[in-house]
Design a binder for this molecule. Structure first.
Ligand SMILES: Nc1ncnc2c1ncn2[C@@H]1O[C@H](COP(=O)(O)OP(=O)(O)OP(=O)(O)O)[C@@H](O)[C@H]1O
Length: 652
């Protein structure tokens, strides 16, 4: 149970918050609430008088005042003087209300009298308020047409009802009315932030008053606003809502150093950086394909590094990398900690086919288990397939587009996620239609000059809705879109230095790196291939990960699942140790492993592993068959050349 003090503190905070909200509302609606407030105050004062005691002479004064007001009303009626009659009638009602309240105190008759006075006041006041606002607006439009500055006529003359509860709110309302000639319906949710302030504006109905149109005239609004700072606009939750951000300072101006991996499980989201509010930007990578786009040198690789670092640090995940930059300059440093790295078109294609084969294997396994979703840790590791320069991959290996499209459609639920980065998103990159883009549940846009980039990453019309990548002025700044984040908020990715990358890759280096199974696929000869493979980076001496490598100590099966049973682990390692030559059942029995002293006990797990394809026949030793572990990545079994797109079998 939370301590008593903290409950009290929270209650006090809540009350203060509610009171603040109520006061703000009253301040904004002061013209509308004035008659009700006046009537309630009068009744309250009369009750106070009742408590104090009302003497006979005081009753006489009340009576006389009521009679005098009544006489005034009668006189006005008699002489057909409307103002006199109205003033008299109003005063009579007010005096009668005060008298009843003073005589009876808090009571039903007094409440009825008060309600009648309030109703009467509104009946007379509302038409006057509407008329006067309309006149003032007309005056303002005329003044604008005649070129008379607002200040020249006096702000209050021009803008009653356009004066908000704060300086910013007033400035915003007046800037909008000067631009649209119609006042905004409301300015709500004005909040002060680390960067300045943010407000939600309800736009009025009219010809050019949609958020889209206002965003297109952002410069004009910024000029009208006349406040120091950078104005950003975006469409709000509703069709008539506009969100305005005024960045008085830039909290993201300096690079934010990468703080190290935040989690060891991919069931928790990756932390990509920090947004302008100072909040961490969480990317739920598992089950969500991710698209990263932006012009060159704006930090795509930096964003990918942070996400790869997350993937390799997670015990229940594997990173598979495709880097189409010559020599895999971006992903090369991750070679030691990734499950696979493809650095040429043919290897990329082979890796994609391997991923497809894994999708099918996982699908079959789930069907066998009667389950619908791959749970990392329970069924095996999640795979995160990172593709750098997606457009380049599609250009050089057109067949990859279809395969990627298929993977985007079906791989999510078997725990395989694609994280694709591209400089130039185009329909072709999405498999010839933008439907492919729909499959990316998370989109990250980095700086780009053209509005088309915004639309291609975030969807048609996104630029007009405020997803303006051209306004991101520093490398590593990005806008993130996903189901829960539909408002463009500036953010900046953590910055991983080369040392950070090398140290992290070293720290999470894979144990079996040097075994045959860890080797990268040997490609069929391909004219595009770079003949000189990139050199392996030297391990760093320190950095955030420390100098000592933390190797994956838990033995795993080829699908990455842990070998929980120690005796099975010993048997598995004995087969693995035998290498490509393999080992016979008799030789395994001869090792005298605990619980595997008989052929029948060895045959049990061996048969299971053979059915799963983890163990294969290695040829006969004398008359007995020898067995060996199958390669972890059966990529070498896919010898098809890149151009042989026909041979890519895609389900469905
Ligand atoms: N998060 C960041 N914080 C600070 N600076 C960054 C960040 N990301 C990138 N930069 C700076 O921008 C430069 C370019 O970054 P990066 O190589 O990631 O861009 P890119 O978009 O991948 O470029 P290309 O398209 O050429 O691969 C970096 O060398 C670095 O100086």
């Amino acid at each position: 149970m939370p301590p008593h003090d903290s409950i009290l503190a929270r209650a006090a905070l809540g009350t203060a918050h509610a009171l603040g909200k109520a006061c703000r509302w009253c301040a904004r609606r002061r013209f509308e609430v004035a008659p009700a407030a006046a009537s309630a105050s009068l009744t309250g004062l009369s009750w106070l008088h009742h408590v104090d005691g009302v003497s006979l002479p005081e009753h006489g004064v009340y009576g006389l005042a009521t009679l005098a007001a009544g006489a005034l009303a009668a006189g006005g009626l008699k002489h057909k003087h409307k103002a006199l009659a109205t003033a008299g009638a109003g005063s009579t009602a007010v005096m009668a209300d005060a008298w009843v309240g003073a005589a009876l105190g808090p009571s039903v008759p007094s409440l009825i009298a008060s309600a009648l006075v309030t109703g009467g006041a509104y009946a007379a006041y509302v038409p006057w308020l509407v008329r006067s606002r309309r006149d003032q607006l007309a005056l303002q439009v005329k003044a604008a047409k005649a070129g008379v500055a607002a200040e020249g006529l006096g702000t209050n003359t021009l803008a009653p009802g356009l004066t908000g509860a704060t300086r910013e709110e007033t400035a915003l309302m007046q800037a909008l009315v000067a631009m649209l000639s119609v006042p905004a319906v409301d300015v709500t949710a004005l909040e002060y932030t680390r960067f300045g302030w943010r407000a939600v504006i309800v736009l009025p109905p009219g010809r050019d008053t949609s958020p889209h149109k206002v965003i297109a005239r952002r410069d004009q609004l910024a000029t009208n606003l006349g406040l120091p700072g950078k104005l950003r606009l975006a469409k709000g939750e509703h069709d008539n809502e506009l969100v305005a951000y005024l960045y008085e300072s830039d909290p993201l101006a300096s690079p934010i150093p990468w703080p190290g991996p935040s989690t060891r499980t991919c069931t928790e989201p990756a932390v990509l950086g920090v947004d302008a509010y100072g909040q961490p930007v969480l990317i739920p990578l598992l089950y969500n394909h991710t698209l990263i786009g932006g012009a060159t040198d704006n930090g795509k690789s930096g964003v990918q590094s942070v996400l790869i670092a997350y993937a390799v640090a997670c015990e229940d995940a594997e990173a598979l990398l495709i880097d189409m930059k010559p020599g895999a300059v971006e992903f090369g440093p991750w070679r030691r900690s990734a499950l696979a790295l493809a650095d040429t078109p043919s290897r990329a294609m082979q890796l994609l086919k391997t991923v497809w084969a894994e999708v099918e294997r996982r699908g079959a396994l789930l069907a066998e288990l009667g389950e619908k979703k791959w749970i990392p840790g329970k069924h095996g590791p999640a795979w995160f397939v990172f593709i750098d320069e997606l457009a380049e991959l599609i250009r050089r290996v057109p067949a990859a587009a279809k395969l990627i499209e298929s993977l985007l459609q079906v791989a999510r639920f078997v725990g395989i996620t694609l994280v694709c980065a591209t400089q130039s998103p185009s329909n072709r990159v999405f498999g010839g239609s933008t439907d492919g883009r729909q499959q990316y549940q998370v989109r990250i846009g980095l700086g780009a000059k053209e509005s088309t980039t915004s639309n291609l990453i975030f969807g048609p019309g996104a630029y007009g809705d405020g997803w303006c990548l051209d306004e991101l002025d520093l490398a590593g700044k990005f806008l993130r879109w996903d189901r829960e984040h539909q408002e463009p908020v500036d953010a900046r990715a953590y910055w991983m230095t080369e040392d950070d990358v090398a140290a992290t890759s070293h720290r999470y280096a894979r144990e079996e790196e040097s075994t045959e199974a860890r080797e990268h696929p040997e490609p069929s000869p391909d004219p595009d291939d770079d003949p000189t493979p990139p050199s392996r980076p030297t391990p760093p001496s320190g950095g955030p990960g420390g100098g000592r490598p933390l190797l994956r100590a838990v033995p795993t099966f080829p699908d990455g699942s842990e070998i929980a049973d120690e005796r099975h682990a010993a048997l598995w390692q004995a087969i693995e140790k035998a290498g490509p030559r393999g080992i016979t059942v008799d030789d395994l029995v001869a090792l005298d492993l605990p619980q595997f002293a008989a052929r029948s006990s060895v045959n049990g797990p061996l048969g299971q592993w053979r059915r799963k394809g983890w163990v294969e026949e290695a040829g006969k030793h004398g008359r007995a068959m020898a067995f060996r572990t199958a390669p972890r990545l059966p990529v070498a079994k896919v010898p098809t050349a890149v151009e042989d797109s026909e041979s890519v079998t895609i389900g469905g």
